[in-house]
Write a protein that binds this ligand. Structure first.
Ligand SMILES: C[S@@+](CC[C@H](N)C(=O)[O-])C[C@H]1O[C@@H](n2cnc3c(N)ncnc32)[C@H](O)[C@@H]1O
Length: 402
């Protein structure tokens, strides 16, 4: 992990000095991403899209949302039958620019007109700067109404519906763990003062706090994870998503009955916590460039870490979610009809050639295994009124393409 002598902006220097000159990576990420004045999302500096800092699937165009809508409708129709008198909610947590909801609403209305009048969209956004952009994109003049809420507020009257966490959890603050003499320590971000100019940021080691050690030990026991894994060298480092389980609990408290779809970068524990991955998965994005230099440009770049599939599934079960299934984005979109959309592009009239080429390129990027096709789709279900195992709700994205 590159991070020696990274220049530190003034605001971050002051913040660090006030907190004793060193903090865990999770605190650094919290400030760098969510500080309301300086944070990448908090200030609204960061832009999602082809002309922004990084792309996500819905920011490439409408085809992703059109396919996802088919899956949501399948779930919503089941929920509509099981809960005939209730409003159905489509909740997007961490909506970014709001592209996904903006595109989903017309598809939901067109493909499931019978649900109009029973449907609402709920956006859950942490940062007011991002929420303002979402509000200006999403017109209030649509038969499916939109509102903004916090998960904690939804707890008072839990919803029936679907929750989407699309590229949300990989941007959660993480703890950085490092092996020293065979044992785990927690890495810290430290301000190194300089006589010649502004201070710089370096990594430092600190003890593993007891609560974190216990969380890792308990989850490792439940999942059969070995952390640190056998045979790793001194200095082997990785990430730990301590904030995902509390979020899953909040999401579960907000839902009386329904589905959760997590779409995110994730990998099996055997690949994540492996001697062959000595430096973890931390990556920063800015101006369409990916870098391992996550301490640089604090407040101007997105900082992400992949999820571990086994710990995510374990945390979901511990917080009231029943796993339904998971696959790679490429497989999910093919099952939802991506090839048919691809073929239909060839039927577009000649004067729409530019559009056909743009959409063809976007469809290829969505399934490219070295790019967005590597994203995992994981579905979970929940019914607070139902004791015991749930009947797996049918999920077209998990079926073989027809
Ligand atoms: C990587 S962007 C995701 C963009 C969007 N889902 C998309 O696919 O285009 C992360 C978004 O999640 C928001 N966010 C981060 N943590 C959050 C949290 N705990 N609750 C709600 N929103 C959050 C950020 O402000 C930002 O809007």
């Amino acid at each position: 992990m590159k991070a020696s002598d990274v220049p530190c902006p003034d605001w971050m220097q002051q913040r660090l000095k006030f907190h004793g000159s060193q903090v865990p990576l999770s605190t650094f990420m919290e400030w760098a991403l969510h500080d309301p004045e300086h944070g990448a999302y908090g200030s609204g500096h960061l832009r999602v899209g082809t002309d922004g800092d990084f792309v996500t699937s819905p920011s490439l165009g409408d085809d992703f949302s059109a396919l996802l809508a088919l899956q949501l409708i399948e779930w919503l129709k089941v929920l509509a039958r099981r809960h005939p008198d209730q409003l159905l909610s489509v909740v997007d947590v961490g909506p970014g620019e709001g592209h996904l909801m903006d595109q989903l609403r017309p598809h939901l209305a067109a493909e499931a007109p019978d649900l109009i009048g029973r449907l609402e969209c709920v956006l859950v956004e942490l940062n007011p700067g991002m929420e303002a952009r979402q509000r200006s994109l999403l017109s209030s003049d649509h038969p499916i109404p939109c509102r903004w809420s916090a998960l904690e507020d939804l707890r008072a009257a839990p919803l029936v519906g679907t929750v989407i966490a699309h590229e949300l959890l990989d941007a959660f603050p993480v703890e950085r763990l490092i092996v020293r003499n065979g044992a785990l320590q927690r890495q810290l971000v430290k301000l190194q003062p300089s006589d010649q100019g502004p201070g710089s940021l370096v990594w430092a080691d600190g003890p593993l706090p007891e609560a974190l050690a216990t969380q890792i030990q308990q989850q490792a026991q439940r999942t059969g994870l070995q952390l640190p894994p056998m045979g790793v060298d001194n200095g082997w480092a990785t990430e730990w998503h301590h904030a995902v389980e509390p979020w899953l609990r909040q999401a579960s408290d907000a839902i009386q009955a329904g589905m959760l779809l997590v779409v995110d970068y994730a990998m099996e524990a055997s690949r994540y916590y492996s001697a062959r991955r000595p430096d973890g998965t931390l990556t920063a994005y800015r101006q369409q460039q990916a870098t391992g230099d996550v301490l640089r440009h604090a407040g101007e770049q997105d900082i992400t870490a992949h999820l571990c599939l086994e710990t995510l599934l374990d945390s979901a079960k511990a917080t009231g979610w029943t796993p339904v299934g998971q696959c790679r984005q490429g497989e999910a979109l093919l099952a939802l009809g991506l090839s048919e959309r691809f073929t239909a592009l060839q039927q577009l009239p000649g004067h729409q050639l530019d559009e056909a080429l743009r959409r063809r390129e976007a469809l290829l990027r969505l399934v490219d295994p070295s790019c967005l096709g590597e994203l995992r789709w994981l579905a979970f279900e929940r019914d607070a009124d139902h004791d015991g195992p749930l009947m797996a709700t049918p999920s077209r994205f998990l079926r073989e393409p027809g």
